[in-house]
Design a protein around this ligand. Structure first.
Ligand code: FAD
Length: 189
């Protein structure tokens, strides 16, 4: 089966949640599912999300890339999907990455400045800018830990304290003893 590579640009439809750190929750969910699915079908690649826009790059067997892209195209979490690259490739270049994620970084800022781009708008990238962006993602050593925001939040309150069986038995003996002492004292009055 021949290998192909594919890059596209799109606009997020969700309202980005302001975060002090970590990956935007919608993007984190997309990454978790992508890593799970892509790993199963041997897809590799990278994703960049900035200025509420996506740039994604995929490499793998033609059928797997096309099937995945069909699902991605139908995803209502983004719109105005524009295919930037779709062509055969000799080998995978994103080894070990089912979906590498590059956070907004100094590298991307430098890339935008170099090309005098006021914002991250990959739909308008020319082929040189596309290749530079792919290379930037490939070379990036940064990856943020993903938090699964769908997992139920565990309570931070401490677990209820319980008495050990030994302590319980001791208390029962002490209580019985106290009752006996009181009863004996009462008969002596
Ligand atoms: P499911 O198990 O059906 O869904 C997994 C979880 O994803 C759900 O629990 C839900 O929380 C969330 N989810 C799914 N659809 C929606 C939705 N429409 N709105 C909100 N939350 C939803 N998929 C890949 O497999 N590989 C990729 O590389 C990839 N890249 C993506 C890049 C972008 C920019 C976007 C927007 C989506 C991408 N996806 C990718 C996701 C893809 O569009 C499909 O949602 C996904 O492939 C469905 O796979 P599944 O049936 O296993 O997911």
């Amino acid at each position: 089966m021949p290998l192909i590579r594919l890059a596209y640009a799109s606009e997020a439809t969700f309202e980005a949640k302001p975060l002090e750190q970590g990956v935007e929750p919608h993007v984190a969910r997309i990454l978790l599912v992508s890593r799970r699915n892509n790993g199963k079908v041997g897809l590799v690649g990278g994703l960049y999300y900035g200025d509420n826009r996506f740039f994604q790059y995929l490499e793998g067997e033609e059928e797997a890339v096309r099937d995945t892209y069909q699902r991605i195209l139908q995803d209502p979490r983004h719109r105005n999907v524009r295919t930037l690259i779709e062509e055969p490739v000799a080998e995978r270049s994103f080894t070990n990455w089912s979906m590498k994620y590059v956070p907004a970084s100094a590298d991307v800022q430098a890339f935008l400045q170099k090309h005098q781009l006021p914002e991250f708008n990959p739909s308008a990238f020319d082929s040189t800018q596309c290749e530079e962006m792919i290379d930037l993602i490939r070379r990036s050593s940064q990856d943020q830990k993903l938090v699964n925001h769908d997992e139920p939040v565990r309570s931070k309150s401490p677990a209820p304290q319980t008495l050990s069986p030994g302590l319980k038995a001791g208390l029962v003996v002490a209580a019985v003893g106290l009752v006996v002492v009181l009863a004996v004292s009462a008969t002596m009055l």
